[in-house]
Design a protein around this ligand. Structure first.
Ligand SMILES: N[C@@H](CCC(=O)N[C@@H](CS)C(=O)NCC(=O)O)C(=O)O
Length: 270
């Protein structure tokens, strides 16, 4: 739950956020990148990006990951200051947009911001559509469900906010009813063994109009622009307007390719 996360960072090269997707020797960081990978690997499952709302799904998810998540995460911390000190210290160091000393006095403003964000979800559903972008559930629903779940389970005193939003609550039930499939657990040792025995399936592609302009094989770092900004180093394998990927070696996991979204990440020459 807290740093250090030696098994995770052996795979990612330092990225420590939750969640990360691993398939063999390919490691996908950030839900934005994970969703697109699942979409391309499992085309026979119902799409996360229905054709009529494909790019909008990314935009709504980006809003949820910033304007909705930030006050939500701040409230999760600020209404739970009796958590174990090790967890508080880890999260306050990680979420550098919150200040431990001023958080208690900011709670009313954070509740206001979070409530205003929830209202946008209610408004998206105002024409009685079942899901945020239309008839079909998509990535926008999954992404917005997360802060609502956070509200229901972590933020003290916030379930009253949800009770004021009937369309949101009905939508929340529909999304929850989609379920979680049939998950099977794996240990960290199994994950590492799977990386060791697999070879990456990533395609090399560095586009000619990439910014910055870099050759494949260049030693680079990729760093989240927002918080948890640990740089990951390796040699450039992919750079497009959608994603960036680097190849790296680790004594425990062998050669792996670590993938990130392009939006929200810094790519720099080492
Ligand atoms: N933009 C990232 C945000 C990820 C994020 O902030 N995750 C939080 C949990 S909600 C986290 O990593 N918390 C600290 C931890 O799990 O160590 C994504 O969409 O995956």
């Amino acid at each position: 739950m807290i740093m250090p996360k030696p098994d995770l960072t052996a795979l990612t090269g330092g990225y420590r956020k939750t969640p990360v997707l691993q398939i063999g020797a390919d490691i996908y960081c950030d839900t934005q990148r994970i969703a697109r990978e699942l979409e391309s690997r499992f085309p026979n499952f119902p799409s996360l990006f229905p054709i009529e709302s494909s790019a909008l799904n990314d935009l709504v998810a980006a809003w949820s990951d910033t304007a909705l998540f930030r006050p939500g995460a701040s409230l999760s911390m600020g209404t739970n200051l009796d958590l174990p000190e090790a967890v508080l210290a880890d999260r306050f160091a990680f979420f550098d947009f919150m200040d431990r000393d001023t958080l208690p006095e900011l709670l009313p403003q954070l509740f206001a911001q979070f409530r205003a964000g929830l209202q946008r979800i209610e408004d998206m559903l105002s024409d009685q559509r079942p899901f945020l972008l239309g008839e079909l559930p998509g990535w926008a629903d999954a992404a917005c469900f997360a802060p609502v779940w956070m509200c229901r389970t972590n933020i003290r005193g916030a379930t009253d906010l949800l009770a004021q939003l009937p369309l949101l609550e009905a939508w929340e039930k529909r999304v929850a009813a989609l379920g979680h499939g049939e998950p099977q657990g794996a240990t960290a040792e199994q994950a590492i063994a799977s990386a060791c025995s697999a070879t990456s399936v990533a395609n090399k592609e560095v586009i000619s109009d990439a910014i910055p302009s870099l050759p494949a094989g260049q030693l680079i770092t990729v760093t989240p622009e927002d918080y948890g900004s640990v740089p990951v180093s390796g040699s450039l394998l992919r750079l497009t307007h959608y994603d960036v990927a680097l190849k790296r070696e680790d004594p425990r996991v062998g050669e792996v390719v670590v993938h990130f979204p392009r939006v929200g990440y810094k790519v720099e020459k080492q």
